[in-house]
Design a protein around this ligand. Structure first.
Ligand SMILES: C[S@@+](CC[C@H](N)C(=O)[O-])C[C@H]1O[C@@H](n2cnc3c(N)ncnc32)[C@H](O)[C@@H]1O
Length: 229
């Protein structure tokens, strides 16, 4: 089934929304409600006790999410993950670790992303080791595209930070090309420069795995720019 946001019928969209709403209702106490009726979510209005708001896309089992959230207790971390079991697992560990500042959404960003969050809310956006889909015929499943870069820019705060990490050289190059081409994002490391590590940053599960295999890691770091007319 092809479920691109552009080609999706209203009926299909309603069905997918239903599936996600049901999954979210089973995803534990730290889950944000997935109800299209309440979109766009205004987290700044809902969570007034936090100084900053961060978004992580594809958090997996949440190793990085929890470590990062514990280091930044004044930041609310919104973690998106399409697999319910992974959200449940992270949510349980979060409770044991007494971490308060993470909320999850069971969300497949290929199904829904546009219009889920109110504009200009996120001070940080992180994408750690998205599935690289190495075969050419599967590239269409990758998140990163000019449209996705624009959607991220829409929900990022001005000067908000975007970090994209991967061990896949081809995906790093593709993402770099997309973000460099966007007038809304500026490379913090200089044009077409990536970093191989960021000191003090917790490792995600996949980063640990890839480093153990001796892989090079590529970190892309961009800031949200003001558009000049
Ligand atoms: C390779 S894992 C990386 C997990 C974690 N970020 C890490 O670095 O250890 C990719 C994660 O992204 C999630 N994912 C893939 N496509 C997604 C989508 N369209 N929407 C939300 N999550 C997605 C997968 O379920 C998986 O947990």
């Amino acid at each position: 089934m092809e479920a691109s946001a552009l080609t999706m019928t209203t009926e299909l969209r309603a069905k997918l929304a239903n599936i996600l709403a049901r999954k979210s209702s089973r995803a534990g106490e730290f889950t944000l409600s997935f109800e299209p009726a309440v979109f766009p979510l205004n987290l700044r209005a809902q969570f007034t006790g936090y100084v900053r708001i961060a978004l992580e896309i594809g958090c997996g089992w949440g190793e990085y999410t929890r470590a990062w959230a514990a280091m930044h207790p004044q930041t609310l971390v919104v973690a998106l993950e399409k697999k319910l079991a992974r959200v449940l697992s992270s949510s349980r560990t979060q409770k044991q670790e007494r971490i308060e500042n993470i909320r999850y959404m069971v969300l497949d960003v290929a199904w829904f992303f546009e219009g889920v969050f109110a504009p200009g809310q996120f001070d940080e956006i992180t994408i750690n080791f998205p599935d690289p889909w190495p075969k050419a015929r599967h590239h269409k499943h990758r998140f990163v595209s000019p449209d996705f870069a624009a959607s991220l820019a829409h929900i990022a705060a001005l000067q908000g930070k975007l970090t994209f990490a991967t061990d896949n050289y081809a995906y790093a190059r593709e993402a770099l090309t997309v973000f460099e081409a966007s007038p809304m994002w500026q490379n913090d490391n200089g044009s077409f420069i990536v970093r191989s590590e960021i000191s003090g940053r917790p490792q995600s599960y996949f980063e640990t795995l890839h480093r153990a295999e001796g892989a090079l890691i590529y970190f892309l770091q961009f800031s949200r720019q003001e558009l000049r007319s």
